[in-house]
Design a protein around this ligand. Structure first.
Ligand SMILES: *Cc1c(COP(=O)(O)O)cnc(C)c1O
Length: 462
């Protein structure tokens, strides 16, 4: 079952590094069988385009890794929570890792099975707990002792026992950007390693809770196996201690965080290779039969998506050249937020303006009125106004972080499946943006009180 004509098979040299289903055919950049230029002409820019095959291919690497094991893959949907994307994973049997009541509603709307949903995050509200209990989710990953008490309380008012895992902080350095490292002492996530046993005992004493597992998540964009192996050792030490104290654990959840190749220096292990190593350790320590859960986000969607953007202006300067595009930090927030790198490539193999303009070094920037609104620094491009570019690795933490800053509407999103395309999100209009807003009306502002009349001349507003 391969929709790909020769030249766009995952192995073909024509595909872009890290993007097995994105490549040049007949000089034109395609996602699966469809030309991005044609899609951009029809749907406008900026435009997110995702490959369904790339998502399923990324998922298959985990599924191969877990063949013959009892394992549940819960897609961490904050990476990309568009309904069409969630639907692909729900249909493939995934569960979901959610971090809010809003994500719960989205997951269920996309066809998720409630029992395969786990709820992470340090700040769950009582209302969100009630909502998740009523839906019958599989597990709450609890991040503090205080949260245990509140969750037990909420569950008891509903005559239920909430299934819980406690997120432990294994204190290993994932060697990633500090903003996306989560398993070190001194960040807000999870509970300290040394408090674990005491807090599990406390959980066991609460009538509204049922302990089902243990959880950890050490960070994001992790490109080495070592931090995972270290974290596993520490978590297994805790599992041994918890079970020795008489509390049985049904599952161990190792979180997400596996990186993708944004650029050639990023060489994350493949999911199946990583899990071969991790499972060998689990087996060696006698936990090979335990149910496993994981929460991958970025590694399932990051390299399945690109963002197509049009060059608006080329501005040549003495110190710097700017390539001003119609996508901005509100569409692609990762560079502004974490100084992250996204590759930027032309939609035609040689660059559309190959004949007309010389190659030059550019800062690729958006129209937003912030100096932090850049998408790439020092990129060698052959571009003129009107050309189309693709920002790669745009499937994760782009649309889900998109905003309306500068009153820019969110981009449209397409899901490509072989030669078919589904519009999974319409381009947002300014009317959409203004829908929840109200002008201040005299009645609402308390017009019963007369507005004091000033004798002074009004300021002239020139
Ligand atoms: C964000 C997050 C994930 C997913 O991280 P990725 O780096 O996208 O794989 C998994 N679990 C938790 C608790 C998270 O907060």
């Amino acid at each position: 079952m391969n929709h790909f004509p020769i030249g766009l098979t995952p192995a073909a040299a024509a595909t872009l590094p890290g993007h097995p289903f994105v490549g040049y055919r007949d000089g034109s950049l395609q996602v699966e069988n469809l030309s991005l230029s044609a899609l951009a002409r029809e749907h406008g820019t900026p435009l997110f385009v995702y490959s369904k095959a790339a998502m399923l291919d990324a998922l298959a690497a985990y599924q191969r890794g877990f063949a013959g094991r009892v394992a549940q893959i819960c897609y961490a949907m904050k990476a990309n929570s568009s309904l069409g994307v969630l639907q692909v994973f729900a249909q493939a049997g995934c569960g979901f890792d959610i971090v809010s009541g809003g994500e719960l509603v989205r997951a269920l709307a996309a066809g998720a099975e409630a029992a395969k949903i786990i709820f992470s995050g340090v700040g769950k509200t009582r209302a969100e707990m009630r909502q998740a209990l009523a839906a019958g989710i599989g597990c709450f990953n609890v991040e503090s002792e205080a949260e245990l008490d509140v969750l037990s309380d909420v569950a008891l008012t509903m005559n239920l026992r909430a299934p819980v895992s406690i997120r432990v902080n294994p204190n290993v350095d994932p060697k990633t950007h500090p903003y996306i490292s989560t398993g070190l002492k001194g960040n807000k996530f999870g509970i300290a390693h040394e408090d674990t046993l005491r807090i599990y005992r406390h959980a066991a004493s609460l009538k509204g809770l049922r302990i089902v597992g243990i959880d950890c998540h050490i960070g994001s964009q992790i490109t080495e196996a070592m931090p995972y192996l270290d974290a596993m050792d520490r978590v297994l030490d805790l599992v041994a201690a918890i079970e020795a104290a008489g509390m049985a654990l049904e599952h161990i959840d190792f979180g997400g965080g596996l990186g993708i190749d944004y650029q050639p220096d990023d060489t994350p292990p493949a999911a199946d290779a990583l899990w071969r190593q991790l499972l060998a350790k689990l087996d060696a320590r006698g936990y090979g039969g335990k149910k496993l859960m994981i929460e991958p986000g970025r590694s399932l969607v990051g390299n399945a998506g690109v963002c197509v953007t049009e060059v608006l202006y080329v501005k040549l300067g003495e110190q710097k050249n700017f390539c001003i595009i119609d996508a901005a930090m509100n569409d692609l927030p990762r560079p502004a937020l974490y100084q992250a790198f996204h590759a930027i490539v032309p939609l035609t193999a040689a660059g559309e303006s190959a004949a007309a303009v010389p190659e030059a070094r550019y800062d690729v920037v958006g129209p937003v009125c912030e100096s932090g609104d850049w998408i790439g620094h020092d990129r060698m491009l052959r571009v003129a106004a009107g050309d189309l570019l693709a920002v790669l690795s745009a499937g994760a933490y782009c649309m889900s972080m998109a905003s309306n800053y500068n009153s820019r509407g969110r981009a449209a999103e397409l899901l490509v499946d072989g030669s078919r395309v589904h519009l999974i999100r319409q381009r947002e209009t300014v009317q959409d943006q203004m829908r929840q807003e109200r002008l201040v009306t005299p009645e609402a502002a308390g017009a019963a009180r007369p507005v004091p009349q000033s004798k002074a001349e009004p300021l002239s507003l020139r």
